[in-house]
Design a protein around this ligand. Sequence first.
Ligand code: DX5
Ligand code: ZN
Length: 227
Amino acid sequence: MAFDRSLKIAPSILSADFANFGAEIQAVEAQGADWIHVDVMDGHFVPNITFGPDTCKAIRPHIKTVMDVHLMISPVDAYIDAFAQAGADFITVHVEAGAHMHRTLQAIRSAGAKAGIALNPGTPASAVAPFMDLVDLVCVMTVNPGFGGQKFIHSCVEKVSDLRLMIGDRPVHIEIDGGVTPETAPLVHAAGADVLVAGSAVFKGGSVVDSAPYGENIRAIKAACKA
Ligand code: DX5
Ligand code: ZN
């Protein structure tokens, strides 16, 4: 997959029907999702538990676009190979989740996946500066991770601009995760973000039997960014 900075919407299956991931993924991709964002939580790094590598492996055949796995787990190193073998295209780890980030990021690439680094809202952009040549994606959390449907933290927008300057010409995506809506998306897109994760804003109002709202919701976010 060639690098490009065009706007991409990555629906988070955290807001999908957990009993129906395969059909949900097929529905949201048919409705225009560019990537599929997969939130892995351990009840330790974040106060919520979702699922692990076996679920990722089970849903992989249903994903035709890009499997973007966001690991909200600590420790993380022992699990990287399992998520890579489950078919993750991107594996994103939190800079706050381990003391040996160079090793962690190198392990992701060695396992054959693209490497992402995420920052919590309280973490400054400078925390990821040492890793710019080791990553393919920087994920700016615009809520404190753990749950869908939280309110966008506006003070994170300036951090996106700082990271865009830091990245320069490197082929590194800027992803935004948390509270993305047609109201907040244009702010971060204008600041330099190209991948917008959206859970509740994409899945609201729809279902696998009535998936048209997924498409309307995706198009509303994209249209707001272009306006
Ligand atoms: C939050 C997760 C997000 C979440 C976003 O901890 O990392 O991916 O699903 O959900 P919304 O878009 O509802 O804020
Ligand atoms: Zn996420």
